[in-house]
Design a binder for this molecule. Structure first.
Ligand code: CA
Length: 226
């Protein structure tokens, strides 16, 4: 899941980005209206967290621009102004949820998860595919009851594959949703992570469910019978 955080308060932004990454989200951060306006159209974000008061504009104008440009990602608005008028305007413009500063990080995470779950394919926090089970809320993966210890990045990669079973996913598409701006196409970082994930699944007694599709990418599917 790739998130865009639009927040100009440096301290809060760092706190959000670090916390969200620890929870296995890929996170890009921008601090101005101008950057946010461009960035949101460059990537297929799964969700945006939007501060209302930016140094060069308002979050509400940004939201209006995104929706007018047909960006449909869920938007969680952060605001210091707890006024009914702002909330009503924001919701009218297409904000999906509101959080008033200061807030508890756990509450933010719960709202993020809940917004992401509104997408039909992600309705349940527990994803299952063959012997694999992944619990997005608990951040746990298991194979027939045996826990598989994954790093944050490995988890994000597996989660994305499990959200799209039997679909061939290109490296670009995987990067788009499970990585952040640190990804560059010249590296083989995704192949390295797929390799680690396969090894951990195998060591926990799982089969080879992450298959390479030559020239295209990867697909999560049942191994072909010999
Ligand atoms: Ca602000």
């Amino acid at each position: 899941m790739r998130l865009l955080v639009v927040e100009d308060e440096a301290h809060l932004a760092r706190y959000l980005v670090r916390g969200l990454r620890e929870d296995a989200y890929a996170v890009d951060h921008v601090a101005t209206y101008a950057e946010a306006s461009e960035r949101a159209f460059e990537h297929d974000y799964d969700l945006a967290i939007l501060d209302l008061m930016l140094p060069d504009g308002t979050g509400l104008d940004l939201l209006r621009e995104w929706r007018a440009g047909d960006l449909r990602m869920p938007v969680l608005v952060l605001t210091a102004r707890d006024t009914l008028e702002d909330k009503v305007t924001g919701l009218d413009l297409g904000a999906d949820d509101y959080l008033t500063k200061p807030f508890e990080f756990d509450e933010l995470l719960a709202r993020v998860r809940s917004l992401l779950r509104r997408q039909p394919a992600l309705a349940s926090p527990v994803l299952k595919f063959e012997e694999l089970e992944l619990d997005s809320a608990q951040r746990r993966v298991s194979i027939e009851g045996r826990a598989v210890e994954l790093t944050v990045k490995e988890f994000a990669l597996l989660e994305y594959l499990m959200q799209n079973p039997r679909r061939v996913l290109s490296r670009g598409r995987i990067a788009e949703h499970a990585w952040d701006d640190s990804y560059t196409a010249e590296t083989n970082v995704i192949d390295v992570f797929v390799g680690r994930l396969r090894r951990k699944i195998r060591e926990a007694g799982g089969r080879n469910l992450i298959q390479t599709v030559k020239g295209l990418g990867y697909v999560l599917r049942e191994p072909e019978s010999p």
